[in-house]
Write a protein that binds this ligand. Structure first.
Ligand SMILES: [Zn+2]
Length: 482
């Protein structure tokens, strides 16, 4: 059976009669409403809409129409290693990718991971993904990353990074400037950020990289608040040098002190929380409880498919669970009980959509269902599933009941990319061949023994507590939590 093809290109689309989660400023829920898409925009939201001739009709009755989800931190290049690190700790991840094997990935391998991860995102209703691409050893790798993103009809942001070299070095290279000139052309579907971490070294060697970002006018995204890697010293240095801005995205933001949260809040930045990652890998306790207390905006992310699938339903569910779990434990420690949960289902749905749009500076045209906004939409509907009804609490249904298999239809920029539960215009067999070639290459490079051992790699004693970056000898106990 062949995949469906897109014979609807360019035609208006109407999603008829669904329960619309607008995720607008008042979080309106509109039962039995239509959403009309004309061109790349939402043209109207209302009951029984009149539509232009030739409009594609999609029956959304019994389903939920929501804004496309936005993942603000995902290392797509690692997707060809899907599930390989299921039992890794963060330290083992650092050993495998940062110290030992990340440097053998070729441009073709970055392409393969990106291609698979990008399709995976669309399948799950993630219409925008920030590709936190820190395996770009050369600009050939970066070209391959972009080639893959442009082969998939989603909305992406390339967050350019390179764990194998110092940020000041690779951002200062002429070929990096050339890449930016060639490939960062202001396209609506391909945004750009610069991605690197700040070790806390008082010499602040990352300063030139921040200056490049400022000169180019692009945001910086940085793993900040990662136990044993980045901590308060990095935040303080960024703040003292004026590099904390509203566009800055702090990834994880766990294991930081109140002082750092104050600096983030005061400068208007946001935190990308990867709850499933923080719970399993060990960056620190998922920090939404602390971010809420400091009024810091939140977006959600899945980090890497070397552990987890790129599915924000998991992010919403685990984020609710982690926040509530901590709230209950803290109450019990005071010999009290929680009678009303502080974190609500509608809040995590907002973080997965509108929160991501805000983090990416796209709050005015992405992240909610409002007339005039970009048509990045998801229909959750699965008439074959006993989990699809009754639909009593729509935000709760999205956060705790629905899953990727219930994603019926996805639109990006007004274009149907998934319909009737199946991706449109994808050749998954070809994607599989591309990924298989990368897996074969990596298995050959490692050899059978190292490949097997890599699922539970030994950790050099000197690196257990130190930062994982090979381009610096700087060490500090200040990243070891409070
Ligand atoms: Zn990450």
């Amino acid at each position: 059976m062949s995949q469906p093809t897109n014979d609807t290109a360019g035609r208006p689309v109407v999603l008829r009669g669904g329960t619309v989660l607008t995720v607008d400023a008042t979080r309106q829920v509109l039962a039995g409403h239509d959403v009309l898409v004309v061109g790349d925009r939402i043209a109207a939201v209302g009951p029984d809409l009149a539509v232009p001739d030739g409009t594609v009709e999609i029956d959304a009755t019994g389903g939920i129409v929501m804004p496309g989800m936005i993942d603000t931190h995902r290392h797509l290049w690692q997707t060809a290693m899907r599930g390989y690190g299921a039992d890794w700790t963060l330290t083992q991840y650092f050993v495998w990718y940062y110290l030992e094997w990340g440097k053998i990935f070729r441009p073709a391998d970055v392409y393969a991971g990106n291609l698979l991860g990008a399709w995976e995102a669309l399948d799950a209703g993630v219409t925008t993904t920030v590709d936190w691409s820190h395996g770009l050893r050369t600009t050939e790798h970066a070209d391959a990353a972009v080639d893959a993103l442009q082969a998939v009809p989603g909305r992406f942001v390339l967050a350019y990074g390179n764990i194998q070299d110092a940020p000041a070095t690779w951002t200062g290279a002429p070929e990096f400037r050339d890449f930016v000139t060639r490939r960062v052309t202001g396209q609506d579907l391909l945004g750009f950020q610069i991605a690197f971490d700040v070790t806390g070294d008082p010499a602040f060697p990352e300063k030139p990289a921040f200056e490049v970002a400022r000169e180019l006018g692009v945001p910086v995204t940085t793993h900040a608040g990662v136990w044993g890697a980045t901590g308060d010293d990095g935040i303080r240095l960024m703040h003292e040098h004026g590099f904390m801005t509203p566009e800055t995205v702090y990834v994880h933001g766990a294991s930081l002190s109140a002082d750092s949260y104050h600096r983030i809040a005061a400068t208007g930045g946001s935190v990308s929380v990867s709850t499933e990652s923080e719970q399993s890998a060990g960056q620190g306790y998922p920090p939404t409880w602390m971010l809420r207390a400091h009024g810091i905006p939140v977006s959600l992310s899945m980090d890497t498919s070397v552990w987890w699938s790129g599915d924000l339903f998991s992010a919403m569910r685990t984020t609710l669970g982690a926040d509530r779990s901590r709230e209950h434990m803290a109450a019990h420690a005071r010999d009290e009980t929680v009678t009303h949960a502080a974190l609500r289902a509608e809040q995590v749905v907002e973080w997965a959509t509108r929160g991501g749009a805000r983090a990416l500076g796209r709050g005015s045209d992405l992240g909610s269902i409002e007339t005039g906004k970009k048509a990045d939409l998801v229909l959750i509907k699965n008439d074959r599933s006993p989990v699809s009804f009754p639909l009593l609490n729509p935000h709760g249904h999205v956060a705790l009941q629905a899953q990727r298999g219930d994603v019926h239809t996805v639109l990006v920029n007004g274009r149907i990319v998934k319909r009737d539960g199946r991706l449109v215009d994808v050749d998954l067999a070809a994607v599989r061949r591309t990924v298989d070639a990368t897996v074969s290459y990596l298995q050959d490079q490692l050899g059978p023994e190292a490949w097997q051992r890599g699922m539970n790699p030994d950790v050099p004693e000197t690196k257990v507590l130190d930062n994982p970056y090979t381009y610096t000898d700087y060490q500090s106990g200040s990243t070891h939590g409070h």
